[in-house]
Design a protein around this ligand. Structure first.
Ligand SMILES: Nc1ncnc2c1ncn2[C@@H]1O[C@H](COP(=O)(O)OP(=O)(O)OP(=O)(O)O)[C@@H](O)[C@H]1O
Length: 765
């Protein structure tokens, strides 16, 4: 463990004893009052700054009313900037000022205040330093061993605008004595900010840790945005929260690059994304796309887990080849012959000639991007069959125009090579014969049977993807990239002309359309450019949380979003639910394309009490998980409880008693973690326990749902996989052995479950 604040505040060996010589309550009250005066001043300034931003927004809006184009552009820019500033200022109200540094007088005799955003006073003097600014770095990096000119570091605890208390750390006792000799008082007050922060009750959202970021975490947060930054560490070491602070830091430091290019944050589940979504706005950042693995593809939201055996097949790299073959199949039901009499000639397209045209078109690029080339390619074959003089004399241009106005030909071309949406093609997989053909040599009969079973529950909604599982989404994405996006069909040629800007009075269409728009230009059918394009997928920064769980197919999907991006990758291999690590590692390496990697490791567990983590770590060792074991710094004196040998008919009663006991002793959230097969059963118990009605108002609604619960319920039922990345004050694990037996990686899942509680853990076996 590094010698950071955590160790200092945990009273670790060698850390200064900061309780010695602490001043009395009067001094503390005086210090708090002093900070309150400063916070009041900052709050007043915040009101002034907000009004200024609002004025700017109104001014910008009025400028747009001038009507000329320059005015509009200027208005958009001003309104945008002002709106952003207003949003930032709004978000900043909570704990706006949280830190203060007192440096030695030769460095800076004035206190330096650190806040969620930077703020200047009316004279443009710095009032508050943004926590991400270089001047704030020392707040996180100074330690007693290397104080870097800091005598005292102070954390302000507040709610809204009221300062409740201050927590000081003395970093340089000698310097303090020297300062006091020259008349500058720097008393040390409070018991330590970190412990106060770690002991707070948990709710359903993750909170910002700006006030107590530790030195080793700060290094990872401020690492330059080049190549790939990996952040590893055992459970509860702050990997997620650090990565989110890093996203906010990157946006602060290179706003232009990351705001225009976008930052994509990927996490394991919708519940997890809701858990973390409030952290970034509280850090002043809204320009970030938060997506769970089921939502990476635009417009698709999947949250259903497949059975582990099915998810393992769908995630395997072999599926990339299955999908590649699928994308080359002829659309089921499409015609494969055509004939027509034209000027004494019988013209035909048979399976052989059509096969050749198909291969030729496929070799020229993505399938949907060939739509405009299809008629011409078919006409080439047909024109070669025109032998009669009467026909040849009319010439090729005449022939083309004539057939393109013949509905039999146009209809055939459209039916033979229809635009194909990825989800529509994905649905072809439900046909056992087709699956058998394209999976030949890749998936065995049992694997095919499992896949067919998983897809047997009815059609997928082609617009929203409803019906897809999380593991289906990378397959759909792979298909999108193999097919190309579907151009939007337009209702009439006039409308199409509008979209493509076709000459309707001297305007040149080529001036108005991009090269890729022109690929969709029509020949006999009306297509407009697609609304979602694969070209729009890439981001400037990609942040992957719980990266140990990404399957090879998910790495391919995420990799496509980060070809030119810098990356932050967060994970802990011991918590992995993917059974073939070597395959996932290879897919991850391919996704990162040899970018340079900088690694950071976190070594202190801030979540679990030392007692709970000792129990979880002993489990990891017993079952042979090669776990990275961090130090847990907070003791509660309460060991986890095991209730064993409970018969099925007493299970509900026992679980209920454990939930009652835990809910009565912790102030925050309680998770009941169950094997997947028992989820709806336990949910229905929770829904009928009248003493829990206030804690779990949505339990009844989620009994029959396959979705994990959302909302803000204090008590929730979750499967082991649902708990990834989350934390609760209390956890009751129902039938841990069944969770372990549920999948090949059940031991890692159970280890994750055992590391979710901050205060109390009970296992009912
Ligand atoms: N410096 C800190 N100050 C206060 N709280 C912290 C600090 N670092 C981490 N925490 C808290 O520790 C808990 C665990 O953090 P987080 O969920 O980011 O860990 P993790 O490493 O991603 O965990 P896991 O891998 O087990 O999901 C959170 O409540 C977080 O707010």
């Amino acid at each position: 463990m590094t010698q950071d604040q955590a160790a200092d505040q945990a009273g670790d060996q060698g850390a200064p004893d900061q309780t010695v010589g602490r001043p009395d309550a009067d001094v503390e009250a005086r210090e708090v009052a002093g900070e309150q005066a400063f916070v009041d001043r900052v709050s007043d300034q915040l009101v002034v700054s907000t009004q200024r931003a609002q004025r700017l927004a109104t001014e910008g809006y009025n400028r747009g009313k001038l009507g000329h184009e320059g005015g509009l552009v200027e208005r958009d820019a001003m309104v945008f900037q002002a709106a952003k500033r207003i949003a930032q200022l709004d978000a900043a109200h909570e704990g706006l000022v949280f830190g203060r540094l007192d440096l030695t007088s030769d460095r800076d005799p004035q206190p330096r205040y650190i806040g969620r955003i930077g703020l200047r006073d009316e004279n443009h003097d710095m009032l508050l330093v943004d926590w991400r600014a270089p001047a704030a770095a020392v707040f996180y990096q100074a330690t007693a061993a290397t104080p870097q000119g800091v005598v005292r570091r102070r954390v302000l605890r507040s709610t809204g605008r009221t300062v409740l208390g201050v927590e000081d750390e003395l970093l340089d006792a000698e310097a303090q004595a020297a300062e006091e000799e020259s008349g500058r008082e720097l008393p040390i007050v409070g018991e330590g900010a970190l412990m106060a922060q770690l002991s707070r009750a948990r709710d359903r959202s993750m909170h910002s840790i700006v006030a107590t970021i530790q030195a080793e975490q700060d290094e990872a947060i401020r690492a330059p945005a080049k190549g790939v930054v990996t952040i590893s560490g055992g459970p509860g070491t702050g990997k997620t929260v650090v990565a989110l602070h890093r996203a906010a830091y990157l946006l602060y430091n290179d706003r232009r690059r990351f705001e225009s290019g976008g930052v994509l944050v990927i996490g394991p589940s919708g519940v997890f994304m809701r858990y973390i979504e409030r952290v970034l706005p509280s850090l002043g950042e809204t320009a970030v796309a938060l997506r769970s693995l089921g939502e990476v593809v635009d417009g698709v939201r999947a949250s259903r887990h497949d059975e582990p055996a099915v998810a393992d097949i769908k995630g395997s790299e072999r599926m990339a080849e299955v999908v590649r073959r699928l994308a080359r199949q002829q659309a089921p039901g499409s015609p494969n012959e055509f004939s027509l009499f034209w000027r004494d000639n019988r013209l035909t397209l048979d399976a052989g000639s059509l096969g050749k045209v198909r291969r030729q078109l496929m070799s020229q690029g993505l399938r949907n991007r060939q739509l405009s080339r299809v008629p011409r390619a078919l006409l080439d074959v047909l024109w070669r069959q025109v032998r009669s003089e009467r026909g040849r004399d009319l010439g090729r241009d005449y022939f083309d125009d004539d057939l393109l106005s013949t509905s039999a030909f146009v209809d055939f071309a459209a039916a033979w090579w229809p635009p194909l949406a990825a989800i529509e093609v994905f649905e072809w997989l439900r046909d056992p014969d087709l699956l058998g053909r394209i999976a030949n040599g890749l998936l065995d009969a049992e694997e095919q049977r499992l896949l067919l079973k998983s897809w047997g529950n009815g059609p997928v909604d082609p617009r929203t993807g409803a019906g897809l599982s999380i593991a289906d989404v990378p397959l759909v994405d792979e298909l999108r990239y193999a097919l190309g996006d579907v151009p939007a069909a337009t209702e009439s040629d006039t409308q199409l002309d509008d979209v493509l800007g076709v000459d309707q009075g001297g305007v040149d269409i080529h001036e108005l359309t991009t090269a890729s728009d022109r690929e969709y230009a029509p020949r006999g059918r009306s297509w407009a450019p697609p609304t979602h394009r694969i070209e729009d997928d890439p981001y400037a920064h990609v942040l992957v949380d719980e990266a140990q769980d990404l399957t090879p197919m998910q790495w391919r999907m995420v990799g496509r979003r980060g070809r030119t991006a810098s990356w932050t990758i967060v994970g802990d291999p011991a918590q992995s639910s993917w059974p073939v690590p070597a395959e996932a590692d290879a897919a991850r390496a391919a996704a990162l394309e040899k970018k340079t990697v900088h690694s950071f490791h976190l070594s202190t567990n801030y979540r679990n009490s030392a007692e709970i983590y000792a129990y979880a770590a002993a489990y990891a060792e017993r079952v042979g998980l090669d776990a990275d074991l961090p130090d847990a710094v907070r003791r509660t004196g309460t060991a986890p409880v095991e209730v064993d040998g409970v018969p099925d008919d007493a299970l509900e009663q026992t679980v209920r008693a454990e939930v009652d006991r835990i809910a009565a002793s912790v102030g925050g959230t309680v998770g009941i973690v169950v094997p997947a097969a028992r989820r709806s059963e336990v949910n229905s118990w929770l829904a009928r326990w009248e003493e829990r009605a206030g804690d779990a108002p949505s339990a009844a609604a989620s009994v029959d749902s396959t979705q994990p619960p959302s909302g803000t319920d204090r008590v929730v039922v979750l499967t082991g996989l649902d708990t990834k990345g989350l934390e609760f004050d209390g956890i009751v694990v129902v039938r841990p052995q069944e969770i372990e037996d549920e999948s090949l990686t059940g031991r890692a899942t159970l280890y994750v479950v055992l590391t979710r509680a901050t205060q109390l853990l009970s296992c009912v076996g």
